[in-house]
Design a binder for this molecule. Structure first.
Ligand code: ARG
Length: 456
């Protein structure tokens, strides 16, 4: 079969050149979007009396059949077809002859691919939002189970202050909420139709761009026809939203990896979600968290990949842009897979509720509570910080915990210390004493859980 554009050439494209430039193994995935777009286009052409009602029906019936042929494998999408648009149009002409040749009236593959991509993104954005929501629900359930589990909180990966594990999990729910917001916001810009921009300059044929946009349930058209075929911002934004999701997943993965180490001994994965070592029989490895962390590289790679493709392209369409789909699909599929496996992994992880109960009694991470104690007794904060610093230094020197020092020791450092300081040396006291909004206190955590139950 000759290429769609072949008549001004004397020779056919070299086989190696066709193989190199064919994109169907990637854009074949867009056949549904491509056919949906073509059907809307044909309906518009008929409404505008550019083609007849009979031709409209014939084309639409044939396109529906082609859709089925692709689904059941009867129509092979092999590399000899330049791209999905050519493959479908060729098959259409094969099926209904001359009438099929009317489909491409007032249309170019440039606006066609731009439309297909937007339809694909619209579907995938909605799907991704659902998958993020499922993960949030898993996190919320875990948070409920762990609303009295105490863990050390960290800054700089140094023990900082005790917190409720639920508080930590709820922080991830917040991040994923923003991820959903970003996706939903993006939808406004994605859901606009470039169809009818033709090659880039528009067309002298009396089409109705808003009509086909409406048929496709899009919120209007991409106004400027040059912009409509040249722009890939929305793809870049989408991949960027995916990258941020992956960054969140990767941080969570990193924590799961740390928590599952013998040093932390806080998390353990079910056997179905961990692997062994071929050499060391004792090993139980956190491969799934590691793979999510690793696959983050793929998605960031695609973000930089597409930004790089676009950075020096003169207006309007350039063939370089064909490479965009590799990055779009790679980012979306990787992100979705990782979100799903993270949900599964978390539901198959056991967190040891009492792991830190004893370890945190009198722990130096309660130092801030001692500072606050003095502040409440009207010692200026900076001074209180200094005094408690001396206590910590003594504990470190003697390798003891806060409650191992006698009241006499405390009083020697500052007379305002009284016997009630010993109440502070329980991590739960520290947690219960928190008062500020959004803090780790059980009351605030309860409030957050209740709120998320309403929202999710
Ligand atoms: N396969 C092409 C792509 O994805 C379709 C558009 C081709 N346009 C062109 N003028 N060659 O970019």
């Amino acid at each position: 079969m000759m290429a769609l554009w072949n008549s001004r050439f004397k020779k056919q494209l070299a086989e190696s050149a066709l193989k190199f430039s064919s994109s169907i193994d990637i854009d074949g995935k867009l056949f549904n979007e491509d056919i949906d777009g073509s059907i809307a286009h044909v309906k518009m052409l008929s409404k505008q009396k550019i083609i007849s009602k009979t031709d409209e029906k014939k084309i639409i019936n044939a396109l529906d059949e082609i859709r089925k042929e692709i689904i059941n494998g009867k129509l092979k999408l092999d590399w000899k077809k330049e791209d999905i648009h050519s493959a479908i149009e060729e098959r259409l002409v094969e099926k209904i002859g001359e009438t099929g040749k009317r489909l491409h009236t007032a249309r170019s593959r440039n606006d066609q691919i731009a439309l297909d991509e937007r339809l694909y993104m619209r579907k995938e954005i909605l799907d991704l939002v659902k998958v993020v929501l499922s993960l949030q629900k898993v996190l919320l359930k875990l948070a409920e189970e762990h609303k009295s589990t105490v863990i050390p909180g960290y800054t700089h990966l140094q023990r900082a202050q005790p917190i409720l594990f639920a508080h930590h999990l709820l922080a991830y729910i917040e991040m994923f909420q923003r991820d959903k917001e970003r996706l939903n916001d993006l939808l406004k810009r994605v859901n606009k139709s470039p169809l009818g921009a033709a090659a880039f300059a528009g067309t002298s044929i009396n089409i109705d761009r808003n009509f086909s946009a409406k048929l496709l349930k899009m919120d209007g058209i991409v106004e400027n026809s040059i912009d409509a075929v040249s722009d890939r911002d929305t793809l870049i934004e989408f991949i960027s939203a995916c990258s941020i999701i992956m960054m969140h997943l990767s941080r969570l993965s990193e924590e799961l990896i740390l928590w599952s180490s013998q040093e932390f001994s806080f998390a353990s994965f079910d056997d179905e979600y961990a692997t062994g070592s071929s050499l060391m029989p004792q090993k139980k490895n956190p491969d799934f968290a590691e793979l999510i962390r690793g696959k983050t590289g793929r998605v960031y790679g695609s973000l930089i990949g597409l930004l790089t493709i676009m950075k020096a392209l003169p207006l309007a369409y350039n063939r370089d842009m064909q490479e965009d789909k590799f990055h779009l699909f790679n980012a979306v599929e990787t992100t979705k897979d990782c979100l799903k496996i993270m949900s599964e992994l978390l539901t198959h992880t056991n967190f040891n509720k009492n792991r830190f109960d004893e370890e945190l009694v009198g722990d130096l991470s309660l130092a801030t509570d001692l500072v606050d104690y003095l502040v409440k007794k009207e010692v200026p904060f900076r001074k209180a910080h200094h005094i408690v610093g001396k206590i910590i230094s003594k504990c470190v020197e003697e390798n003891i915990k806060l409650h191992h020092l006698s009241l006499k020791d405390y009083k020697k450092i500052h007379p305002k210390f009284e016997n009630d300081i010993y109440n502070l040396f329980n991590p739960r006291t520290s947690i219960n004493n928190k008062k500020s909004a959004g803090s780790t206190s059980p009351k605030e955590i309860e409030k957050q859980i209740k709120n998320w139950k309403k929202v999710l």
